[in-house]
Design a protein around this ligand. Structure first.
Ligand SMILES: C[S@@+](CC[C@H](N)C(=O)[O-])C[C@H]1O[C@@H](n2cnc3c(N)ncnc32)[C@H](O)[C@@H]1O
Length: 272
């Protein structure tokens, strides 16, 4: 729910959307948004930086992945590959995957600019084009997971490509944010919808009538259940606090809201 750039006139609905429709909408949406996203947030992310969310918590401080040195690491929803470049700088072998061709073009651009290249493929979180047991670590920093309808499949795919004992870490919009309007100001502090209503947030293109953007919501309990169902043991759930003096606004994330409610949840789990 962070659309703020000029994009086709849309109307907002809450309705069920399946995996195919989610993918058809969100791939082109991220293609349209990529230039704006990288121009706006690229400097904050850093070309080889690893930021878990708008609060600015870095992996250097969080340590959610564990030691990545000499590890095979997959980033799902890798965007321009900033986090994967951090992994490479820390001695890991990173591979990126993203649904958006334009995001991957930015990844390639930054590869050239920095001299640190992230091998990256076009694909979706629900069909990972890798053999079983290929990785030691799979992670997503706000990548993919809230855009897929078939979360069960995405987590099953992650479990499949991980080696036994492998680490799965990901950040998402904190599920409690679903209760509030996506507004960085005071109105964003007034709970107006049910935390338990999983009906997706959908934008419909006025001109074509097609779904143009989708976000899916799960409660904290849903995340615990899906991880458990696929053999993961949850190790950590981080809820970064809004840092003192941090006044950056990112979509619905801001100091005004961040002082009262968590904006990001970071899960770290091991495949047992
Ligand atoms: C908020 S961006 C985060 C990108 C990057 N991790 C970062 O921090 O800038 C979300 C990314 O997820 C990608 N994405 C959306 N749906 C996806 C899917 N089903 N499979 C893989 N990537 C997806 C988008 O194309 C986009 O690049």
């Amino acid at each position: 729910m962070e659309q703020a750039w000029p994009h086709p006139a849309v109307r907002v609905e809450r309705r069920a959307v399946d995996e195919a429709e989610s993918r058809r909408a969100n791939g082109p949406d991220w293609d349209r948004y990529a230039d704006e996203y990288q121009a706006t947030h690229g400097p904050f992310l850093g070309d080889a930086g690893f930021v878990w969310g708008p609060e600015g918590l870095t992996e250097d401080d969080a340590g959610a992945l564990g030691d990545v040195r000499d590890r095979d690491v997959l980033e799902v929803g890798s965007g321009a590959g900033q986090c994967s470049r951090w992994v490479i700088a820390h001695g890991g072998r990173a591979v990126g995957l993203d649904l958006s061709h334009r995001q991957l073009q930015h990844s390639r651009r930054i590869d050239h600019e920095t001299g640190v290249a992230v091998p990256a493929v076009l694909g979706t979180a629900t069909h990972l084009p890798f053999p079983d047991g290929r990785f030691d670590v799979v992670f997503s920093s706000f990548g993919a997971l809230q855009f897929v309808s078939d979360l069960d499949r995405a987590v099953a795919e992650t479990a499949r490509v991980l080696r036994a004992g492998g680490r799965y870490a990901f950040s998402i919009t904190h599920p409690t944010r679903w209760m509030f309007p996506d507004d960085p100001g005071e109105p964003g502090l007034i709970a107006s919808q049910s935390y338990w209503d999983r009906t997706p947030y959908v934008e419909i293109d006025d001109a074509s009538g097609e779904v143009a953007y989708v976000e899916h919501h799960r409660t904290l309990g849903d995340w615990v259940e899906v991880l458990d169902a696929h053999g993961f043991r949850l190790r950590r759930l981080l809820e970064p606090e809004w840092p003192e003096g941090h006044d950056r606004v990112w979509g619905g994330w801001s100091a005004i809201r961040g002082r009262h409610t968590p904006g990001t949840a970071i899960f770290a789990a091991d495949l047992v």
